[in-house]
Design a protein around this ligand. Structure first.
Ligand code: SAM
Ligand code: SF4
Ligand code: SF4
Ligand code: SF4
Length: 348
């Protein structure tokens, strides 16, 4: 069985499905969305973060590195650069660093341990209608692992299971999950097949065919539409999305519009990678009103800006994208949302 490295088991998540959830992030993805806010989950292998704020410039990592990064032509700590082309991922620099400025990303955790950690928050799931979400990276890159994990969570532990996926996978690896996954959250990154192939690196046809098969099988499905400047933010894109999804208005449980945000910029730097969207401002939620209207006209059951939040998807019914109010989450902390994150804008 191909087993993924895990980058995080994140508790008390409010944006990855209904209620309070634990989200499990697997490392590895067959696609490469250049705006991805989880860049640490794209490469399936272990990497390291370099935390500049903790670095004392002691140079121990350079001395420890066997791969020539302490060669005189490299006059600086490799962690500070975006060029790790000489790096062989031996992580001797991580061991050498006494200041915690270098940190490995991704570790193997047994399915038993993942399940144990996830079910420790069962009480919160029960009170909020939450559960566990498998995300990443791409869970379907590890079909047997995901099948085994969701089987144990659903059948043995009886918790609500969601999966966040691109659906870029073979149907025979998706079908077995129908028994164990309560909610499929499916990302449609552009309605344009050519752009999908060239920018993201996978077939849109395969993804949509899998989506339609899930709907035929009567799975519970929401779609995520990440709206990315220069990729899928024109009125033609919005119309294409609405026209396609409108065919399934009665079958989809909802559509979540995710405005582009740049909060992962720092992670790209820490991973020593360049970020193609550097300087691109976050997309204001107001700009997405035409998409909301186009989807609404097609009769989509529920539309949110930013995804589901809190104890129930039906948390609040806000008439328009402008009337964004602070809300209260499960622990009565106000949830302010400049982008309209998690606001249900329409429900039928
Ligand atoms: C990181 S992906 C992981 C799961 C799966 N690989 C997928 O693409 O759905 C989780 C969600 O984050 C969204 N996302 C990624 N980068 C984003 C960004 N910069 N702004 C807004 N949403 C983003 C994706 O569109 C997807 O809905
Ligand atoms: S060993 Fe750690 S603290 Fe010292 S230079 Fe390298 S990263 Fe910075
Ligand atoms: S992980 Fe890369 S940078 Fe660090 S010591 Fe090994 S080769 Fe050098
Ligand atoms: S498919 Fe998901 S995890 Fe993979 S690069 Fe795109 S957004 Fe990131």
């Amino acid at each position: 069985m191909l087993t993924p490295l895990i980058t995080e088991i994140q508790r008390f998540c409010l944006h990855d499905g209904p209620g309070i959830r634990t989200t499990i992030f697997v490392k590895g993805c067959p696609l490469h969305c250049p705006w991805c806010h989880n860049p640490e989950n794209i490469n399936p292998k272990q990497e390291f973060y370099y935390h500049a704020s903790k670095c004392s410039n002691c140079g121990q990592c350079l001395t420890a590195c066997p791969s020539g990064v302490d060669n005189p032509e490299h006059d600086d700590c490799i962690g500070k650069t975006t060029d790790r082309s000489h790096c062989t991922s031996c992580f001797q620099c991580v061991s050498a660093c006494r200041f915690g400025a270098r940190e490995t990303v991704g570790k193997f955790i047994s399915i038993e341990s993942i399940v144990q950690e996830a079910v420790s928050d069962r009480i919160f799931y029960q009170h909020s209608g939450g559960g566990v979400t498998v995300s990443g990276g791409e869970p379907l890159m590890y079909p047997e692992f995901t099948r085994d994990l969701t089987y144990r969570l659903k059948v043995k532990e009886n918790v609500h299971v969601a999966i966040e996926t691109s659906l870029f996978a073979e149907w025979h690896n998706i079908e077995p999950l129908l028994k164990y996954v309560d909610l499929f959250i499916v990302d449609i990154k552009t309605p344009d097949p050519q752009k999908h192939q060239h920018v993201i690196g996978g077939s849109l046809h395969k993804i949509l065919s899998n989506l339609e098969r899930l709907l035929e099988a009567r799975a519970t499905v929401r779609t995520h539409l990440p709206i990315i400047p220069g990729i899928n933010d024109t009125s033609q894109d919005f119309e294409a999305y609405a026209e396609y999804l409108g065919q399934f208005a009665n079958q989809l449980s909802g559509v979540d519009i995710l405005p582009y945000h740049s909060y992962a910029t720092g992670k790209y730097v820490q991973l020593g990678r360049s970020y193609q969207y550097l300087g691109v401002p976050d997309l204001p939620a107001q700009q997405l009103t035409p998409l909301v209207n186009a989807l609404r006209q097609q009769g989509i059951r529920e539309i949110t800006l930013g995804g589901m939040v809190g104890s129930s998807p039906a948390v609040e019914n806000v008439a328009g994208t402008r009337s964004l109010k602070p809300r209260r989450d499960y622990f009565s902390r106000p949830v302010y949302s400049p982008q309209g994150r998690g606001v249900v804008v329409t429900q039928r």
